[in-house]
Design a protein around this ligand. Structure first.
Ligand code: HEC
Length: 188
C-alpha cells in the first residue's frame, strides 16, 4: 500500500515523486475535495433540515431511507471515472463497510490518533497506475452527531435505530473520535 498525506506528500515531492505522478496526485486531490464537498453539503443540508423540522426521529428516517439515494445521485454528477462513498470500521449500515485496503487506511488513522498525532486532512492512496483513492477523515466534531452515534439517551430513538440496524456498531462515539472517512475513487 502506498499512502501519501499532507506531510508525506511534501517529503515525496522533494525526493522521489516523479513530476507526472505529482500532477496525477494533485488532480486526485482536486477531484476528491470537490466530490467530498458536494456529498457532505448534500447530506448535511438535508440532515439539518429534518432535524429542525422533526427532530432526531425524522432525521433518522431521512438517513436510513435517503442517505444512500442521495449518495448515488451525487455519483451521477461526478466526472467520468470518479465515484464516492462513506466508510467506517464501525458501521451502522453494512453497505458502508470498507474494503480491505480501505480498512487498513482507517486503521492507520486510528493508530495516529492513539499516538496523539494530528490526523492528516487528506490521504491519497495509490492502488495502481490508473487508480487512486482520496480519503477525507471524518471526525465527530458536532454534538448533533452524538444524538445518533453517541451513548444514545433517547430510548425510543435507540430502539428505532436497533430495529432498523440490528447489527449496529455505530453508537458510543465521543467528540473527537474518528467516525470513518469519505472515499473518492479516481480511475484514469
Ligand atoms: C438522526 C440520526 C443521525 C444523526 C444525527 C447522525 N447520523 Fe450518521 N448515520 C445515521 C444512520 C441511520 C446511518 C446509516 C444510514 C446511512 O447513512 O447510510 C448513519 C451513517 C453514518 C455514516 C456511514 C457509516 C455507517 O456507519 O454506516 C457516517 C460516516 C456517519 N453516519 C457520520 C455521521 C456524522 C459525522 C454525524 C454528525 C454530523 C452524523 N452521522 C449524524 C444516523 C445519524
Amino acid at each position: 500500500m502506498k499512502l501519501f498525506h499532507s506531510v508525506t506528500l511534501i517529503a515525496f515531492g522533494s525526493i522521489s515523486l516523479l513530476a507526472n505522478e505529482m500532477a496525477t496526485i494533485q488532480d486526485v486531490v482536486h477531484n476528491g475535495q470537490t466530490s467530498t464537498k458536494l456529498l457532505m453539503d448534500t447530506l448535511g443540508k438535508n440532515m439539518q433540515m429534518h432535524m429542525k423540522h422533526g427532530g432526531p426521529m425524522e432525521a433518522l428516517d431521512f438517513c436510513s431511507q435517503e442517505a444512500y439515494n442521495l449518495t448515488e445521485n451525487v455519483n451521477t454528477k461526478l466526472p467520468k471515472g470518479v465515484s464516492i462513498r462513506r466508510i467506517s470500521l464501525q458501521t451502522r449500515n453494512p453497505v458502508n463497510a470498507p474494503t480491505e485496503d480501505e480498512a487498513k487506511v482507517l486503521q492507520h488513522l486510528i493508530e495516529l490518533q492513539k499516538e496523539n498525532k494530528p490526523l492528516p486532512k487528506k490521504v491519497v492512496e495509490k492502488i495502481d497506475n490508473n487508480t487512486y483513492k482520496f480519503y477525507k477523515p471524518l471526525v465527530i466534531t458536532k454534538p448533533v452527531c452524538l444524538k445518533c452515534h453517541g451513548d444514545v439517551q433517547d430510548k425510543k430513538l435507540k430502539s428505532e435505530i436497533l430495529n432498523r440496524y440490528p447489527e449496529d456498531k455505530a453508537m458510543h462515539y465521543k467528540m473527537g473520535d474518528l467516525r470513518g472517512a469519505v472515499v473518492t475513487t479516481v480511475k484514469k
